[in-house]
Design a protein around this ligand. Structure first.
Ligand SMILES: Nc1ncnc2c1ncn2[C@@H]1O[C@H](COP(=O)(O)OP(=O)(O)OP(=O)(O)O)[C@@H](O)[C@H]1O
Ligand SMILES: [Mg+2]
Length: 195
């Protein structure tokens, strides 16, 4: 291949990659605006979370592979369907998985667990990682838009909208979402949906 062809091939790969990132960011901003202005209607129906988790995982796989992170699923057998909006719930999973991969070092572990809580009439889904963690003071703040926790270890790319969107969507379902973490050990984000 001629030198200039090589350069242009490399350039277009880069351009393509950054376009995809920009496109994703733009979608994230649009989603946040739509959610905030109350312009979304949830399409509520029984949804099989096992398939939805598997779909979200397979779409995030290249991100985990790039950092040689392992992913484990612990979905209790006989999980009933959740009563939720399928597309938005997948967006929640995608945002949490993206954070887990992004804020966890190479070789780390990510776990998705789901269980039915018949007493509370909900399914709880937890995404855990072995990443940098979040200080106690940041555990609520991270759900505010544009809020990013600075741990002094250098910036990781992001807009600070992912978790604000997660919270909006969960609230719209009447569910709950919260974070637990130990700095330097990892974080767990858990959300509940009616079941
Ligand atoms: N799994 C995690 N481990 C450690 N810190 C996290 C984790 N998830 C979120 N955070 C912290 O919470 C902040 C807000 O997360 P959020 O997903 O809203 O934004 P972002 O990932 O920075 O940007 P965006 O999601 O818009 O690309 C992050 O910047 C980071 O400081
Ligand atoms: Mg994020």
């Amino acid at each position: 291949m001629e030198y200039f062809e090589l350069i242009s091939a490399r350039y277009s790969v880069r351009a393509y990659k950054s376009d995809a990132v920009e496109e994703e960011k733009l979608q994230q901003v649009l989603n946040a605006v739509r959610l905030e202005s109350g312009q979304i209607e949830l399409d509520l129906k029984p949804v099989d979370l096992v398939s939805l988790v598997n779909e979200a995982v397979s779409e995030s796989e290249t991100q985990f592979q790039a950092k040689e992170q392992t992913l484990e699923l612990k979905l209790s057998p006989g999980l009933p369907p959740a009563f939720c909006d399928e597309d938005w719930t997948k967006q929640i999973l995608t945002n949490l998985l993206n954070n887990a991969g992004k804020f966890t070092p190479e070789g780390g572990r990510i776990l998705i667990a789901a269980r039915h809580r018949p007493d509370a009439g909900v399914i709880e889904v937890a995404v855990s990682d072995t990443g940098r963690g979040i200080p106690e003071s940041g555990l609520k703040e991270v759900f505010e838009k544009f809020r990013r926790v600075d741990d002094g270890k250098g910036a990781v790319r992001g807009t600070g909208l992912g978790l604000a969107i997660v919270k909006h969507i969960i609230n719209a379902h009447g569910g709950r979402v919260w974070a637990e973490s130990v700095v330097g050990k990892g974080s767990t984000f858990t959300f509940s949906l009616p079941a």
